[in-house]
Write a protein that binds this ligand. Structure first.
Ligand code: PHE
Length: 467
């Protein structure tokens, strides 16, 4: 291993640290904002149940593929793909799959931190409200329903605010990534993830007693087959990849810091299970409050940024719970943005031999430039549609277009090629020595990776994109 390798000096200090960091990467705005928004926009139960199927039959097998490629390679993602390809007597061009992933991670980082910035804004808003109105009262005392509703459009259309907060969120991410794996990335996960779980459970229990639980269960878990269109399926697959951080070489990168003693199959199952549980809990946390307030479930991003603040307006301790809620969201987002930044950073370190701090700084700079385009796309640049020439992205501003491009195209493509690589190309003995599976489960995983993942992904993408 060369001395400049991203992994040469550093790695997770324990299995628990890896699990928490990987769960930290997986659990984020994807679970708390995107999952409820997508479920609401795509008809509830049909989406949710297909999503769970995607996680188990496609996401989890691919997650194991990614972590095993990373652990085997012990290097940045393209290097790890190349190593496995060359040792298997295959073309080193397979590293291009990882390069696509690294590029996607960079794109996701650029718009993810814009959303992170929005969350910071709400922390500030609820924080100020808490100081103004005191601990025990509802949030936004004295503001009307319409005035609270107007906070969100006012914020996202203010390009200066969204751009500065985007850069602030990127800067906070940089602080941790620059410190390295065990000194920074791991610390943020080990401290923030447990806090996140406590806050999430607290707020959900509150909703259990105060909100419209019955209606929520009916909405999220009633399966209506006629609602399962190709677009809904593509949205569910895309959400599964986004949520598990797959197809962006993220789990390959984190896998490279894992010791040989860790059973990758077991840990992958823990990661996928925790991620799915958090998405469902987020649904059970948000929709009861939405339904109890008589509001519609298909509010998209407005669900979190408009509908919930209304709910906090109604309840005692609203400012405090609102503040706790957005702090929790920010923690989850930060452990994900750290993972997103680590992918291109590890690549720059390996490829150009830069020091970690400089590499992470360079990635931050690039993400800030692109991020500002996304930050402005909900305001002055809303008429700029960079991918408007592709029908499914027609009329979308930079933020939505990059989100669609990555979750609906580049991530599924990278995941599809990864499953073909591990299932058909890579030397079976090398794969088997890493995956930690045996017996029937092993055969089932192999079947999923060789046949189910590539075929289902290809079919869903063809039908979902063509319509
Ligand atoms: N999985 C993260 C989330 O749900 C987003 C993410 C995608 C993080 C890809 C890392 C890599 O918020």
């Amino acid at each position: 291993m060369v001395a400049t390798s991203a992994t040469a000096r550093d790695g997770w200090s324990s299995r628990t640290a890896f699990i928490l960091a990987a769960i930290g990467s997986a659990v984020g705005l994807g679970n708390l904002v995107r999952f409820p928004a997508e479920a609401g926009a795509n008809g509830g139960g049909a989406f949710v149940l297909f999503y769970i199927l995607c996680i188990v039959l496609i996401g989890l097998p691919v997650l194991l593929c990614e972590t095993l490629i990373g652990r085997h390679g012990q290097a940045a993602a393209p290097e790890s793909y190349r190593k496995l390809a060359v040792e298997s007597g295959a073309s080193k061009a397979w590293e291009l799959v990882a390069s696509l992933g690294v590029f996607s991670a960079f794109l996701v980082l650029s718009f993810y931190c814009v959303l992170g910035g929005w969350v910071l804004y709400y922390i500030g808003t609820f924080g100020a409200d808490l100081v103004a109105t005191g601990v025990s009262g509802p949030a936004f005392d004295g503001l009307s329903y319409e005035e609270v509703d107007a906070l969100f459009p006012a914020m996202i259309s203010n390009g200066i605010v969204t751009s500065l907060l985007d850069i602030l969120f990127l800067g906070i991410t940089l602080l941790f990534v620059a410190r390295g794996v065990s000194g920074g990335i791991e610390k943020v996960a080990v401290y923030l993830m447990p806090t996140f779980f406590v806050l999430l459970l607290g707020i959900t229990i509150y909703g259990f007693f105060g909100g419209a639980m019955e209606q929520t269960f009916a909405y999220l878990f009633t399966f209506e087959p006629e609602k399962l269109t190709p677009e809904v399926m593509l949205a569910a697959v895309g959400q599964a990849f986004f949520s598990l951080s797959l197809g962006v070489a993220g789990m390959v990168t984190y896998g490279a810091y894992v010791g040989r003693d860790v059973n990758l199959a077991g840990t992958s199952a823990i990661i996928a299970g925790a991620d799915t549980a958090v998405a469902l809990i987020a649904g059970l946390c948000i929709f009861p409050i939405v339904f109890a307030a008589g509001l519609a479930p298909n509010g998209g991003l407005g669900l979190m940024f408009q509908t919930l603040p209304h709910a906090f307006q109604e309840i005692p301790f609203g400012s405090l719970i609102g503040l706790a809620f957005f702090v929790m969201v920010a923690f989850a987002a930060l452990t994900s943005s750290v993972a997103l930044m680590e992918v291109p950073t590890a690549w720059v370190i390996d490829r150009f031999g830069l020091r970690r701090g400089a590499a992470a700084g360079l990635v931050t700079l690039g993400a800030a430039v692109l991020g500002v385009l996304s930050a402005l796309s909900t305001g002055v640049l809303s008429g700029f549609h960079p991918l408007g020439f592709i029908p499914i992205f027609e009329g979308m501003g930079t933020l939505d277009a990059l989100d669609g491009l990555t979750s609906k195209l580049t991530m599924p493509i990278a995941a599809l090629l990864t499953s073909v690589f591990v299932g058909w190309i890579a030397d079976r003995r090398l794969v088997d020595s890493e995956n930690g599976l045996s017996g029937g489960l092993h055969l089932f995983w192999r079947f999923l990776v060789r046949f189910a993942c590539p075929l289902v992904l290809a079919a869903i993408m063809v039908f979902g994109v063509i319509g």
